[in-house]
Design a protein around this ligand. Structure first.
Ligand SMILES: [Zn+2]
Length: 127
């Protein structure tokens, strides 16, 4: 499957180091799960997606559709968003929960840390 990789992998590294500092163990590389999540917490059945705002249609300034070839981009980007939603549904059906970390959120590190922490410390239904 062709994957679009953003030019820099920094967002992922940042999230990894933040989570690592909090003392959580995780796996990389999707672990065979729908949508290939960036970080996988097998024991908790939780995953993180680290999404680029543009490619995944985040509702923020970074995600505006280009002014040339607008139709092409609209179609392409809404296709991406649709695929994301399908993957989320499939994950849930398999009993996993997920959280999306947006590229634009990475600048607010303190806030991000809280968001990650809160999510990871939340008790799942099986404790
Ligand atoms: Zn964004």
């Amino acid at each position: 499957m062709a994957r679009i990789h953003s030019q820099d992998t920094k967002p992922e590294l940042l999230v990894r180091s933040v989570v690592h500092r909090m003392g959580f163990r995780f796996r990389l590389g999707g672990a065979g799960l729908p949508g290939r999540p960036d970080l996988v917490f097998p024991r908790m059945k939780k995953v993180f997606f680290i999404h680029g705002c543009f490619w995944h249609c985040h509702n923020c300034r970074r995600a505006s559709v280009p002014t040339s070839n607008t139709d092409f981009w609209k179609k392409k980007l809404s296709g991406n968003a649709q695929r994301d939603r399908q993957n989320y549904r499939r994950l849930k059906a398999l009993g996993w929960s997920y959280m999306v970390v947006w590229q634009c959120e990475l600048r607010k590190e303190t806030w991000l840390l809280l968001k990650l922490k809160r999510y990871l410390e939340e008790k799942g239904s099986c404790g």
